[in-house]
Design a protein around this ligand. Structure first.
Ligand code: AQP
Length: 345
């Protein structure tokens, strides 16, 4: 598309593909978010023309405590930087600071079918979990997510397996819109990691690990201290056998092997050989040690960043300015295409 790549080090001839990534500040980062998404964002950030966002509007689909949400929003920006996102090089912004997200979301909701939204697994899961608050925002969440992605002419969206369906819908919406109005949006692709795409709950390993789980033992937070990480792994639900192998029906062990593999870079087969004959207790402690040691530098960096609010605010201010520049242009093109009368200035 026609705007220049926003990374300063790109020349026009070597235009990189655009990557857009966002995460809700609905709690603190879990191991699931880290392995399914953030680790890839860090690895891929310089290979792409990357844009990162903290999706605070999405978090409102579930009732939030306002003070907590503000704290978690800045905390999530700090967590991303602590995980290695370079917010000086790539824009990192808060979704509600770029009004075009909400505006495009409305337009796109008029191009999203009721039947499509009804089929979304996340809507069904969250409706069950929040039976007293099945609001319209929870239902139209994918239209806002499509707006997030399509506003930046995104080509690649690195997500965990649980978000694949939403990226597919964003593609369908883009194709539908383009078939009526011409080549307005890029049609994005999802990028799903080989290991860690679906990290499971430590308490109920058939379910995904989620930061909003009511059971704190179900997830490991990247900011958990070593004792907490060890305690959570020690309590991790496994099975009544005594064999450390990756096999159907061994959800707890499969999950621990997946986590260990993602952190060490060793294959599942190598880990099975390494832990052959060892007990579950020893294995859980080894996974806990590996995870806690890998997370320690992130926690330290996060603590430093949270003491430097001025730096964090500068990053998200610059991020919003850079993101707005692109978002404005794409939105005005969309407004024009659908026939909205331009405002007289
Ligand atoms: N368990 C997981 N395994 C692998 N990837 C995961 N992701 C989330 N959970 C897992 C990936 O993290 C990114 C950001 O997620 P999000 O906050 O935007 O939404 P989510 O998928 O709804 O994450 P949570 O932690 O489950 O949040 P809550 O509890 O608020 O619903 C996405 O790329 C996602 O795939």
């Amino acid at each position: 598309m026609n705007e220049q790549p926003i990374n300063q080090n790109n020349s026009a001839e070597v235009k990189q593909k655009r990557m857009f990534s966002a995460i809700q500040p609905s709690g603190n980062l879990t191991l699931g978010n880290y392995l399914g998404a953030i680790k890839n964002w860090r690895i891929l950030q310089d290979e792409y023309d990357s844009i990162f966002s903290v999706a605070d509007l999405h978090a409102l689909t579930v009732r939030q405590n306002p003070a907590e949400l503000r704290k978690n929003t800045l905390g999530m920006a700090a967590s991303l930087i602590a995980c290695g996102i370079d917010a000086k090089k790539h824009p990192l912004f808060i979704q509600s600071h770029v009004a075009e997200h909400a505006e495009l979301s409305w337009i796109l909701s008029c191009f999203t079918m009721f039947g499509e939204l009804s089929r979304m697994t996340q809507f069904k899961d969250k409706s069950k979990k929040n039976a007293d608050n099945i609001n319209a925002g929870l239902f139209t969440y994918p239209s806002l997510m499509a707006a997030d992605i399509l506003l930046y002419n995104t080509e690649v969206v690195p997500v965990g397996e649980d978000q694949r369906q939403h990226v597919e819908l964003a593609r369908d919406i883009a194709i539908r819109f383009n078939s009526i109005y011409g080549d307005v949006f890029n049609v994005p692709e999802s990028f799903i990691p080989t290991y860690g795409a679906r990290v499971k709950s430590l308490a109920e390993p058939t379910k995904k690990m989620s930061k909003s789980d009511d059971n704190q033992n179900a997830y490991v937070l990247i900011l958990d201290d070593k004792d907490t990480v060890m305690r959570k792994f020690k309590r991790a639900v496994t099975d009544s056998e005594a064999e450390i192998v990756f096999r159907e029906g061994k959800d707890g062990i499969n999950n621990l092997l997946t986590i260990m593999s993602a952190f060490t870079g060793k294959s599942i087969a190598e880990l099975e050989a390494e832990f052959a004959g060892k007990g579950y207790g020893d294995f859980k402690m080894a996974v806990g040690e590996t995870v806690a040691d890998s997370l320690a530098p992130i926690r330290e960096r996060y603590d430093e960043l949270m003491k430097d609010k001025a730096y964090l605010e500068e990053c998200i201010k610059e991020g919003a300015e850079r993101a707005s520049y692109i978002a404005c242009r794409v939105l005005s093109k969309v407004y024009k295409k659908v026939g909205l009368l331009p405002r007289i200035r």
